[in-house]
Ligand binder design. Structure first.
Ligand SMILES: NC(=O)c1ccc[n+]([C@@H]2O[C@H](COP(=O)([O-])OP(=O)(O)OC[C@H]3O[C@@H](n4cnc5c(N)ncnc54)[C@H](O)[C@@H]3O)[C@@H](O)[C@H]2O)c1
Length: 254
């Protein structure tokens, strides 16, 4: 694949690190202009500085005025919006029975409300200029229970549902929407929570990954490569779909 995103204008939320940063880098490598949006301005500015045709915009995806300004500013500076990646997310480790309501609401606010706001404003802007592609980052936890990540799984199931709905609603306006559902990927989100997860799971994280996912974490780049395809015109017949990238984790019954 060479330069398949030439002339595309893309926003990637949560792009200061991890999967979002890998997607921003992969988009730029394929010729796109990339707006990296994140709540972490220090890491976001540094990330954008290393990306050709990359720029940073501070944005908290839970704040509708900030999301609206992110989309409107991108359209104003670059003449349109072709791709929105709803990637910003947080996770907590807590069983349902001991989870505080505040904790539940915080995860839903970023992981589901944030994706709703970005999808809403991007879809409107894309429709106004002839179409585009929305790529939301959900998780395989949308499809089943996983211990101690109930708020996260519920939010991701919501992301899958809203992505399918907007795909249907916007089909006649040239706007496609798909969700990527990664398995376990090596980022700060996972590394920072390994000890908590081991305590809840009662086994080592390595043993757990060996069982569910063939023994290794995915890399952010392995998620980004699918995000490139879904942003590009090569996926023009794909909309309303979910794509698992999990080394068979969701295929296994054992
Ligand atoms: N790492 C995994 O195993 C994994 C698996 C499945 C899905 N995902 C999803 O992929 C996405 C990226 O995860 P990651 O592992 O790269 O996480 P990460 O923690 O490494 O990066 C997340 C980024 O989102 C930003 N962010 C958090 N709250 C924000 C807000 N309110 N507004 C704007 N930006 C905000 C953070 O500052 C950070 O830069 C998330 O949606 C996550 O749920 C991750």
């Amino acid at each position: 694949m060479s330069s398949i995103l030439e002339t595309k204008i893309a926003i990637v939320t949560g792009a200061a690190r991890g999967i979002g940063l890998a997607i921003a880098e992969a988009y730029a490598e394929q010729g796109a202009t990339v707006v990296l949006a994140d709540i972490d301005a220090v890491a976001g500015e540094a990330a954008a500085a290393g990306i050709e045709r990359g720029e940073f915009v501070a944005c908290d995806v839970t704040d509708e005025a900030q999301v609206e300004a992110l989309v409107a500013g991108t359209v104003e500076r670059h003449g349109g919006l072709d791709v929105m990646v709803g990637n910003a997310g947080i996770a907590t480790v807590s069983p349902i029975v001991s989870m505080s309501y505040e904790d539940w609401r915080r995860v839903l606010a970023v992981d589901l409300d944030g994706v709703f706001l970005c999808t809403k404003h991007a879809a409107g802007a894309m429709a106004a200029s002839g179409g585009g592609s929305i790529v939301n980052i959900a998780s395989i936890k949308a499809f089943g229970g996983a211990p101690a990540t109930g708020s996260y799984g519920a939010a991701k199931a919501g992301v899958v549902s809203l992505t399918k709905t907007v795909a249907m609603e916007m089909r006649d306006h040239g706007v496609r929407a798909n969700a990527i559902c990664p398995g376990w990927v090596e980022t700060d989100m996972v590394n920072d929570r390994k000890a908590e997860l081991e305590a809840v799971l009662g086994l080592s994280f390595d043993d757990y990954i060996g069982h569910v996912q063939g023994g290794r974490l995915g890399t952010p780049a392995e998620i980004a490569t699918l995000a490139v395809f879904l942003a590009s015109d090569r996926s023009r017949f794909s909309s309303g779909s979910t794509y698992n990238v999990d080394m068979g984790a969701t295929a296994s019954l054992v």
